[in-house]
Design a protein around this ligand. Structure first.
Ligand SMILES: Cc1cc2nc3c(=O)[nH]c(=O)nc-3n(C[C@H](O)[C@H](O)[C@H](O)COP(=O)(O)OP(=O)(O)OC[C@H]3O[C@@H](n4cnc5c(N)ncnc54)[C@H](O)[C@@H]3O)c2cc1C
Length: 421
């Protein structure tokens, strides 16, 4: 056996790892923690409290880490411990989602004047790029960290029309590949500052200043994960983001959950089938979007703590979860926690690069009209970066299409919008 993979039924990333192992002809033993609870205890011996967990080449790989898996595979192939796999048969182009390094370049010609620059390569940005490029405009998408946007981190997307059983990263890769095939260029770089007033707009990035005639801001509204001190170090070692994957590790434990919106209720209901006690902390008065009836229906083992925040996640000497420092309305307390689940969505849009040229609302969202135009000529916004009632990939993609159609109208000097077919 060349690898051992610990999984749980229904865990989307476990499926992805199995595909990777199969594609690379790596023999592995699967250990589903929901089928055989002894595997839970075995993982716990190594201080691991999350799946997927892969033991491969004398190393533990916790979570879905494609680059790490590739690196271990390359090392084993180089040392001769594993034979290099025969190339896999080519998948039909329409179904294959290209890897990010096939989509993104690291530099572009900074002397070029672009027609449209899209800031952000999520569903809003990719859709805007598809429409802009298809309309014949020289289109550049700039994204600082393509694997960290909201859709990129979604474990499983079941509600994007026409697509089923995919991870957010796969769906996004397909969208970006589609826009690229129409001629859009994707650049990986952070946008630092911008000058957007006037006919020639300047966007300052980590790899130089880029000039363009129109801008579509699609920078999303996701500013978290890894933000709480101690969080990154303890991911998979007591800190988790997925009840369906890691709920079984909480059997009989006292669990702390920190969330700020109604999505967390479904996760808590799943955890309650395992955990002895759940303390659900939320930073505000209530969970955004949660109806009072839903709160009334919380299992008895769950206690809601409004106006509580996690300040720090503590480690044990052995590197496991030691507890949490909690900011309560009256001060600071240290709580024990058998496991910690984090569901802090949203966050503020990261639009500081806009300075004060483009109006933002009180929460930092861009203000647009129904055609996605901001009050600044030639500047449009799409997706979660604008104030929306509901944040969903399909809505972000629709915004991107509208923004690009309007940018096309602007670039061609037309008065009215017209649909592209
Ligand atoms: C955990 C999770 C699960 C979800 N599951 C679903 C689901 O199942 N179905 C569904 O429809 N929706 C889901 N959503 C919501 C959906 O993912 C978002 O509504 C959607 O991704 C918003 O798209 P966007 O393009 O506006 O922003 P994002 O997808 O967040 O993309 C924004 C991009 O902008 C880039 N960026 C930000 N600042 C800069 C900068 N300064 N310079 C360069 N680039 C920058 C970021 O790197 C990022 O890639 C989920 C969201 C989360 C957080």
């Amino acid at each position: 056996m060349q690898a051992t993979l610990y999984t749980s039924t229904g865990c989307a990333y476990c499926k992805k790892i199995k595909e990777f192992l199969t594609e690379n002809s790596i023999a592995y033993e699967e250990r589903d923690i929901l089928v055989e609870p002894a595997w839970l205890d075995e993982l716990a011996k190594y201080g691991i409290f999350g799946v997927p967990a892969l033991y491969f080449g004398d190393e533990w790989i916790i979570g879905f880490r494609p680059n790490k898996m590739k690196a271990v595979l390359a090392k084993l192939q180089e040392s001769g411990a594993i034979a290099a796999a025969a190339p896999a048969p080519e998948a039909p182009a329409a179904e294959a989602a290209p890897a990010q390094d096939e989509i993104f370049v690291r530099e572009v010609d900074t002397n070029k004047l672009w027609d449209v620059v899209v800031i952000g390569g999520g569903p809003a940005g990719a859709s805007a790029a598809l429409y802009a490029a298809r309309a014949g405009h020289a289109t550049l998408v700039i994204d600082k960290a393509p694997s960290t946007g909201s859709l990129a981190i979604a474990k499983e997307v079941e509600n994007y029309p026409g697509v089923q059983g995919v991870t957010g990263a796969e769906l996004l890769g397909t969208m970006q590949g589609h826009a690229k095939a129409q001629g859009a260029i994707f650049l990986q770089a952070a946008v630092l500052r911008s000058k957007l007033i006037g006919t020639e707009k300047e966007i300052e990035t980590a790899v130089g200043t880029i000039r363009t005639r129109a801008v579509i801001v699609a920078a999303g509204a996701r500013s978290r994960k890894g933000k709480i001190p101690g969080e990154q170090e303890l991911e998979g070692r007591g800190v988790s983001y997925c009840a369906i994957c890691d709920g079984a590790f909480t059997r009989g434990k006292d669990v702390v959950v920190f969330g700020d919106n109604a999505e967390v209720l479904e996760e808590v209901a799943m955890l309650a089938t395992f955990a002895a006690k759940i303390r659900l902390l939320t930073p505000g008065e209530k969970l955004t979007g949660a109806a009072p009836e839903e709160l009334a229906k919380l299992p008895e083992s769950v206690t809601l703590y409004p106006k509580h925040k996690i300040k720090e996640i503590l480690s044990t000497e052995a590197g496991g979860l030691g507890g949490v420092k909690v900011l309560t309305p009256t001060g600071e307390e240290t709580w024990e926690a058998g496991a910690l689940f984090l569901y802090m969505g949203g966050g503020a849009p990261g639009t500081s690069f806009l300075g004060d040229e483009v109006p933002l609302d009180a929460e930092g969202y861009l203000v647009v009209d129904e055609t996605m135009a901001t009050p600044v000529e030639g500047v449009f916004a799409a997706g979660d970066v604008r104030k929306t009632l509901v944040k969903q990939a399909v809505l972000a993609a629709a915004d991107g299409a509208m923004a690009a159609i309007n940018a096309d109208r602007f670039l061609r000097g037309r008065k009215k919008l017209s649909a592209q077919y």
